[in-house]
Structures are given as C-alpha cells and as structure tokens.
Design a protein around this ligand. Structure first.
Ligand code: AGP
Length: 619
C-alpha cells in the first residue's frame, strides 16, 4: 500500500522529477487515492500533490511546471489516516519553516500521542494524516541535530508501528534519507545517481542493480554513495542483487490491461516456476531451500498462512500435500493465525504464500510462527521482499512482475510452487510416496501446454461475460480442489467487476445457500474430472441437477470428454483432462477471463479496482 520513490542525481542532473514520475507510474498499482512529489529547488522545497490517480498530478504539473531539479521524492497513496483529499496527500512538510518534506507508507500507531505533544509545543497541522506527525517529529530532530540521517535515527526511535519514510531537506540538496520498519524499501544503484523505491519497479527503467535493506535500517543516498545503518546507528551491509526482469516486463506490451497480459503469461509463469527444479531423471532438487533434509523429514504438521488469492493457492496445496505426503496440513488466513493460539512446535512447517512478499498480515504470521519455534518457508514472487527475509527459507515463484491488482499469473505460480514443495516432501519420505512424486512431476511439466489450450478456447467465455454485463449476482460452486477455485472465481468477480459473488463448496449448498437460487441465477460449477476419487464427479453432477431444477443458469467447467454434465448445463466450458489435484491450474483460467471481460464490458479499470491496492502493507 502506497508507492514510494526517491531519486538523487548529480547537481547538474535535472531529470529527478521525470524519474520520480516514471517510478510513480510503475508503482501506482500499490495505491491510487492520491499522488504527490517534492522537489528541492534552491532554498525551498516545492511540494505538488493531487487527490485521485497520478494523471491528476501529471495534468497539474503540465499546467504549472515544477523547477528542474536533481533531487526529488514521490508518493502514490492508499489512504489510511484521513480521506483521499489534496491536503491529506503526501508529501507533508515538517517544522515551522516547512523546509523538510516527508513521504510515508504504513501506519504510525502512536501518532495521536505524538500529535497531542506537538500541538502543545505549537506545531500547526494541515492534514489528518499520521505522516504529518512524523514530518514534525523529524523536523524537530533536524533542528536539534542539523543532519537528516541523524534526525531520522532520532525520529524513528519515537515512532511506533510499521513505516517506510523518505525525507528531503533544503539544507541538504543531493541527499535523500529513508527508513524502514516492517514496510518495504529497496535501493537502486545507478551510475552517478541512486534511487529508493517501495519495490524495484520504481527504478527498473534506469537500473537493474539493487540493494536489499533489512528491517529497522536507515539509508542515506547521494548521487555517488549509499550508506546504511541500523536503528542503533551501527553501519550495516545491504545485500546487493541483480533484478532478473527488465522494464519491458512491467509494461502492457500491447495488451489493453496488465491483467489481460498477465492472464496470457500464465503458461510461462508455470513453466518458469518449474524450470531448473528437476534433474534429468525427474528427481526434484530444491537445494535453494537451504533447509536440511533431516529437518524436513522431521516435519509432523504443515500450516499454510496467506491472504486472499494466495490463501486459495494454500487451500489447493492442502489437498495435494496431505494426499502425497500423509502429513497433516492446515491452511489459515494469516490474520487469523496470528491472533489466536495456534498449536505449533519445532516440527511444524509453516509455509507462507505471498506474491508481494510484503503483505503485513502474512509477515506477522511468519514472525509469530518463528517465535513459536516453527520452521518457516516462504513461497514468494518478489526478490528482496520482507517475508522471505523473515523466513528460514524461500521457494521463489517465477511469474515475473504482476502489476494488475487482481492476482492471476502469481496464483498459478503459487499453486505450482506449493505442488513442488509437497512433492519434495513426498520424495524425501521415499517408497511409494517418492514414486507418486515422480509420476506427478511428469504430468506437471505438461501443464503449461494445457493452460495454453484453455487460453486458446476462451472466445465463448468472453461472449458469455459480455452478455452478462448487467448481472447483479453470480455464484461459484466447486468441490475438492475445485472449491478454492470457486472461491477464487468469486473473488476475481467481486474485486474487478464489483458484482456480488459467492463461492461455495458444492456439498454445502443444501445446508443453506441453495435458498439463493431463483430462476435465472447464474452459477458456475467447477466439475471434478471423472477420475476424481470417491465418486465426487457424480456427486457434483447431482448438485448441478439440484440447482438447475430450481431455475439456475448453469455454466459448467468440465473436462474434455465429460459427457455426463451436458444434459444439465446451459453452457459447457471445456478444459483438457488432467489428474484431479492438478486441475486448478486449468479450471481457474476461464473464471479469470470471465471476470476480466465482464469488468471490461462494464467500462471499469480492471488493473486498478476501487478501494484496493496491490500490496497490503497494513494490518
Ligand atoms: C488477489 O486478486 C488480491 N488482490 C489479494 O487477495 C491478494 O492475493 C492478497 O492481498 C495477498 O497478496 P500477496 O500474495 O501479495 O501476499
């Protein structure tokens, strides 16, 4: 939530505003309630900010140009404290003279107490934000120390909560100082210029060399130097890394939206996540995990923690991991796990799943699991992010940058990585479980091609979606691994098309939700393949009949060759046959395309749906 960019070039470099605006455009997916910049101009700091999307700020700057400068910071906001207005937009000035400007991501939990104290000292506030409080604290510390880095160190000691802060001061042109606590910040290393950003997208157009910062660190950048200290003031070394994607990967590449592009990239996302993780004989090698095989063999319980779409990937994983390994596996929403009293010990493997690696709820669950002594593995798509750093080990998904707020390719990559982890645990257990793992791996390698087949068949789904543009409610049913797929289908429709949608386990319908069925009610049914054990296929076909008898319009997702569904389906959407546990990689695709097309038909911004942000860095 909130995107942050900072840039410092040589004194003669006048590109800072352009660099920061470009970074904000790439970070806008993190929040789009308002946008603002601060540029250093001689003896004053000029702040320009506008509520609404970045385009509003751009239009304002076009109408009233800002001075050329070598030092600038910029912010795109997802509102927490104070509504999405011009005055609440960042940057905020601090101190009586307003010579310092601050941008912020996160929440300062003790802002009220600090504000009361500052008001008593005569500070004047113009916004309702917690950020302005931080700006005044920082300004007071600057007046005392005369140095922005020293002031930041003193200020963060007084702040509670989670935050990334960037600050500039007119007395120190050519310097941007940042601080992070439980909120993201990375450094971009340039030639004669340096960058700060909430993630590498902020500067990917200029450099692919980055420096990872740890928690509770303050960083000071100048055109030629980057220095990092802990909140205790001691120098620390950041970890340098090369970003393995470029600016082109973060553009729409001719597609009308990032979401459309990312849906189409799914075969690659799955293939790349599988790449290099098996030997020629099919044996899985996950050396990158850097967890001893003995520690993994000693695992007696797996707990998966995640939020939203990532939690549905976790639900799919539960079915697979228990089936392949016979190790009990639970899935829990990260924000629920953290605040109850979970039974976790050193033989529990806690797996977090997160595209961004910054979701605060998931991060807190991982930290809690650590405190309880569990072994923690993160499945994550973003190098240099916080959750992998806080975990014992990481298994990266290789979906590439996901920009659309609605997760699609990351979901498929997460499911794939969960399969890999489950199969690896099975392989380590040996015997028939290892044989099963080898057989599943062979089939998993065929999935990118099958996903492409599904994508190639989506024309009818698009027609159905356009036809349903005025629909007010859609239900989604699934069973076994089709249940999380139904939940994901409903979430996609809610978040980008603003249509009431519910996902149910098909077996649960008769226990209440069937009362919602009235003539014409559209219902998607994710049908398990006929090979699914326990006659689940037949049971779901019965469920379809039950709702059809009550007037539902049935949109059935079924395997090629499954003729049993035909008499009860108003529409049949076909996917290639596959073994039951792998089917989510196929059956979710039509639901993503349906949501995208319907939202597009309604004229909505599918990449930046209202009220949401890509990376949820507040609890
Ligand atoms: C998915 O479409 C959502 N935007 C959201 O549910 C997301 O999956 C969730 O916030 C978790 O994000 P993460 O994977 O970055 O942790």
């Amino acid at each position: 939530m909130c995107g942050i960019v900072g840039y410092v070039g040589a004194a003669s470099d006048e590109t800072a505003l352009g660099v920061v605006m470009e970074g904000l455009a790439r970070l806008e997916y993190r929040g789009y309630d308002s946008a603002g910049v601060a540029v250093l101009d001689g003896d004053h700091v000029e702040v320009r900010k506008r509520s609404g999307k970045l385009a509003n700020l751009r239009a304002d700057i076009d109408a009233r140009p800002l001075p050329p400068t070598a030092t600038a910071i910029g912010h795109t906001r997802w509102a927490t404290h104070g509504g999405p207005t011009d005055t609440n937009a960042h940057p905020h000035r601090g101190g009586a003279d307003g010579r310092l400007a601050v941008i912020h991501n996160g929440i300062i939990e003790n802002f009220h107490a600090l504000k009361t104290e500052l008001l008593a000292q005569g500070a004047v506030f113009s916004s309702e934000t917690d950020t302005e409080v931080a700006a005044h604290v920082l300004a007071a510390e600057y007046d005392r120390t005369g140095d922005l880095t020293a002031a930041m160190l003193a200020a963060v000691a007084r702040l509670q909560g989670a935050f990334t802060l960037l600050a500039v001061h007119v007395d120190q042109p050519g310097v941007v100082v940042g601080a992070r606590r439980n909120s993201p910040l990375v450094v971009g290393l340039g030639e004669g210029a340096n960058y700060l950003g909430s993630d590498v997208a902020a500067f990917i157009g200029h450099t692919r060399e980055a420096l990872e910062l740890g928690q509770d660190q303050v960083v000071t950048i100048t055109p030629t130097s980057v220095s990092v200290v802990g909140f205790d003031g001691r120098p620390v070394e950041g970890r340098r890394y090369h970003v393995d994607w470029d600016a082109a990967a973060a553009t729409k590449g001719g597609y009308p939206s990032f979401m459309a592009k990312e849906i189409d990239e799914q075969p690659h996302a799955v293939a790349d996540t599988l790449l290099g993780r098996t030997k020629e004989d099919g044996e899985l090698v996950l050396d990158e995990l850097r967890v001893s095989e003995d520690a993994l063999r000693a695992v007696t319980k797996v707990v998966i923690v995640a939020c939203g779409t990532a939690s549905y990937a976790g639900m799919v994983a539960k079915y697979a991991i228990e089936h392949w390994t016979r190790i009990p596996c639970e899935v829990e929403l990260a924000h629920e796990f953290r605040y109850r009293d979970p039974v976790v010990d050193r033989h529990t493997l806690v797996v977090s799943v997160s595209q961004s690696g910054e979701t605060m709820d998931t991060l807190m669950a991982v930290k809690h699991a650590h405190e309880l002594g569990a072994l923690t593995i993160s499945i994550c798509n973003t190098h240099g992010s916080t959750i992998p750093r806080e975990s014992d080990a990481v298994l990266y998904t290789h979906a590439g940058p996901e920009v659309a707020v609605a997760s699609t390719k990351a979901f498929l990559a997460q499911i794939t990585a969960c399969y890999l982890l489950g199969l690896y645990l099975a392989q380590l257990r040996g015997g028939t479980q290892a044989d099963t793992a080898a057989a599943v791996m062979r089939e998993l390698r065929e999935m990118p091609e099958k996903i492409q087949t599904v994508l190639d068949r989506m024309e009818r789904v698009r027609e159905i979606a356009r036809f349903m543009a005025d629909t007010r409610s859609v239900l989604f049913l699934g069973r076994h691994v089709g249940f999380p797929v139904a939940l994901e289908g409903a979430l996609k429709l809610k978040e980008i098309a603003y249509i009431h949608a519910e996902g149910f386990a098909a077996g649960e319908l008769k226990h209440g939700p069937i009362a919602l069925i009235e003539p014409g009610q559209p219902v998607f049914i994710v049908v398990p393949g006929p090979a699914t054990p326990h006659e689940l296929h037949a049971k779901v076909v019965s469920n379809i009949q039950e709702i059809r008898a009550r007037g539902a319009r049935t949109l059935v997702i079924a395997e090629d060759g499954d003729e049993a569904v035909v008499p009860f389906a108003d529409e049949v959407i076909r996917v290639p046959a596959t073994s039951p546990l792998l089917a989510p990689l196929l059956t979710v695709v039509p639901l993503q395309v349906f949501a995208l097309e319907l939202a597009t038909a309604k004229g909505l911004d599918v990449d930046q749906p209202r009220n949401l942000a890509k990376s949820v860095t507040v609890e």
